[in-house]
Design a binder for this molecule. Structure first.
Ligand SMILES: [Zn+2]
Length: 110
């Protein structure tokens, strides 16, 4: 993608699309972390009073449910899953596992 052929308006649209995608990913990751940590503390507390194995099973299902949107996040450049390239899943990666786009990057500063 050449910078010279893009109009100023089109460049703004592309940048806004990437910014919205990174914000969406940030919210998905924040929600997953909140449920992961908060849910674990709740499961530990409730496990003291009720069946601990059952509470841990409920926690595991809920934590997996809320981590799925992070795994399903699509890269704004290539459109494939950001943290999954078919044979490898790495949700701590700072780059798209398919095209190498750096997380949070500006599309026009590459
Ligand atoms: Zn990509």
């Amino acid at each position: 993608m050449s910078r010279k052929v893009l109009t100023k308006r089109r460049r703004g649209e592309i940048q806004a699309g990437y910014a919205a995608a990174w914000e969406d990913l940030r919210l998905r990751e924040q929600r997953s972390l909140n449920v992961g940590v908060g849910g674990f503390l709740c499961a530990m507390t409730l496990g003291y009073f009720f069946n601990g194995y059952f509470m841990f099973a409920v926690y595991a299902v809920v934590a997996l449910w809320f981590s799925a949107p992070v795994a399903e996040f699509r890269c704004p450049r290539c459109g494939k899953r950001f943290y999954n390239n078919g044979w490898m899943i790495n949700q701590w990666s700072g780059r798209c596992l398919n095209c190498g786009l750096v997380k949070g990057s500006d599309p026009l500063e590459e």
